[in-house]
Design a protein around this ligand. Structure first.
Ligand SMILES: C[S@@+](CC[C@H](N)C(=O)[O-])C[C@H]1O[C@@H](n2cnc3c(N)ncnc32)[C@H](O)[C@@H]1O
Length: 346
């Protein structure tokens, strides 16, 4: 009997090695981070000149270029001269289909991807591997470097998502005059709220990088007379004076204890008569089993990045009650959104 592995078994080994390989993504991301395709597109082709333009070590960069040429991103001509292939074009900063920013190791998304590399930490501890890889939680890390603001804006700044229309259309906004969007990011939701409800004024409260982007975006939308953005941490103290404090897609990034601390800060600002409008994402399906590769990947990716406890409505109500809030209104829900209003217990 033959002890040789069958061809299909050898293929399976090769396939699995290929699937598990880390060098190829690391090399492509290094090229994206160095913006290597830009000077090539502009006509510089010699490896030594490229190294100079992207501030890289010439010898090491030549190895990277050769490897990426072997993968089909560049075409190598006349020794170490390089031009872009159709694949390499996608790494230009300015192309219509560019994915360079998403792969940039210094950008928010690229960094989050790298944060999944110690996934075994998430398996062993239940905590995001991001914290192990970078030594801090995702949202604090986003604040650490002002350069992340640009990437954050690119990721969060493009309109409202995850059925957020529910908040805009289903809450009786006529009963409010001023809303604070707590953790309101780059202001997308506040901008839509102010556009749709002309009597409303509002404020985004978030950490500095998001606030800077929110200010720019409110001004660009012509809404800076009705909307402002204030730097504050929802773990410390947030401004008083609004009649509605909105939290959209906030608590799922935090543990029960942290979520309760956030709600306590918000309840202090809202007291005595303000309302707290909580709109969490992903409630009904949290934890639902699925074989779909995209949703299982998204689920795993998020758990490697942020805390993401899956909570039912009654769990949310229990946490809110522990923060001195009581349920006062239950809005309609969608498959991915809930809408709950609380008042402060006197
Ligand atoms: C998942 S995003 C939600 C953004 C927005 N509310 C939405 O519905 O798309 C979480 C937001 O919380 C903000 N955030 C994280 N930690 C914070 C803190 N300590 N204080 C205030 N905002 C914080 C982040 O900067 C980010 O904008």
């Amino acid at each position: 009997m033959s002890t040789q592995p069958s061809t299909s078994a050898e293929e399976a080994v090769r396939t699995l090695f290929d699937m598990a390989g880390t060098l190829r993504p690391a090399a492509i991301r290094a090229a994206a981070t160095l913006r290597l395709a830009d000077p090539i597109a502009a006509g510089t082709t010699a490896a030594a000149d490229l190294a100079d333009l992207v501030s890289a070590d010439p010898d090491r960069l030549t190895r990277l270029l050769r490897y990426l040429a072997a993968l089909g991103l560049f075409e190598r001509t006349d020794g170490d001269h390089y031009t872009l292939t159709e694949l390499g074009e996608l790494l230009r900063s300015d192309g219509p289909l560019s994915i360079r920013a998403m792969l940039d190791a210094d950008g928010v998304l690229g960094r989050a991807d790298l944060g999944t590399m110690d996934l075994v930490h998430t398996m062993r501890t239940g905590r995001p591997s991001y914290e192990k890889v970078f030594g801090t939680d995702f949202w604090s890390d986003v604040q650490r470097n002002p350069a992340y603001a640009e990437s954050l804006e690119a990721v969060l700044g493009s309109g409202v998502g995850w059925d957020a229309e529910l908040i805009i259309d289903s809450y009786p906004w006529k009963s409010a005059t001023h809303v604070t969007d707590v953790g309101g990011g780059t202001g997308s939701l506040l901008i839509e709220l102010l556009r749709k409800h002309g009597h409303l004024n509002g404020r985004v409260v978030d950490l500095p990088n998001a606030v800077a982007a929110a200010r720019r975006r409110l001004a660009a939308a012509g809404l800076d007379s009705r909307g402002e953005a204030t730097e504050a941490s929802f773990f410390d103290r947030i401004p008083t004076g609004s009649d509605v404090y909105l939290l959209s897609a906030i608590l799922a990034d935090w543990t029960d204890e942290e979520a309760q601390r956030i709600l306590r800060t918000v309840a202090e600002a809202a007291a005595p008569d303000g309302r707290v409008l909580l709109s969490e994402v992903n409630l009904p399906e949290a934890g639902a089993a699925t074989d779909d590769p995209a949703s299982t990947a998204a689920d795993l990716y998020i758990s490697a990045t942020v805390t993401t406890p899956a909570r039912t409505t009654s769990e949310l109500v229990r946490i809110a009650e522990g923060a001195g809030l009581q349920l006062s209104w239950r809005g309609p829900g969608t498959e991915v959104r809930s809408l709950l209003e609380f008042t402060v217990v006197s």
